[in-house]
Design a binder for this molecule. Structure first.
Ligand SMILES: [Zn+2]
Length: 101
C-alpha cells in the first residue's frame, strides 16, 4: 500500500486505489484537496458543495462531509494537523482516523 500525503500533511491509510475510487465516486475530495475550500471563490465553493456527500458541511454547518456527524472544532480534534485537515476536507476526527495514518 502506498501512503499518499495530503494537503494537510496527513498520510492516507487507505490504498491509492481505494482513495481514487472514493474520489471518483464523489469527485469532491479531489476538488477540495486541489483547491482547498476556505478563501475560495463562491463558484469553486459551489462546485465542491455540489459533489460532497454532505454539502451542509461546507455551508457553515459544523458537520462531517462524509458521515454528517456534528463536529465541534474547539473540542473534537486531537491535534493541529487534524484541525487543518478539517478545514480542508470537513472530515470529523472519526472519519479522519479511518482515512489517515
Ligand atoms: Zn465523519
Amino acid at each position: 500500500m502506498k501512503l499518499v500525503k495530503t494537503a494537510s500533511g496527513k498520510k492516507l491509510k487507505i490504498s491509492k486505489k481505494e482513495w481514487q475510487s472514493i474520489g471518483k465516486k464523489a469527485g469532491w475530495m479531489k476538488k477540495a484537496r486541489e483547491e482547498g475550500f476556505e478563501g475560495k471563490s463562491p463558484q469553486i465553493q459551489e462546485n465542491i458543495k455540489k459533489v460532497a456527500p454532505n454539502p451542509d458541511a461546507f455551508s457553515g454547518n459544523d458537520s462531517c462531509a462524509i458521515c454528517k456527524a456534528k463536529v465541534n472544532p474547539e473540542t473534537d480534534f486531537k491535534d493541529e494537523l487534524s484541525i487543518k485537515e478539517w478545514k480542508i476536507s470537513r472530515m470529523c476526527q472519526k472519519c479522519q482516523d479511518g482515512f489517515f495514518e
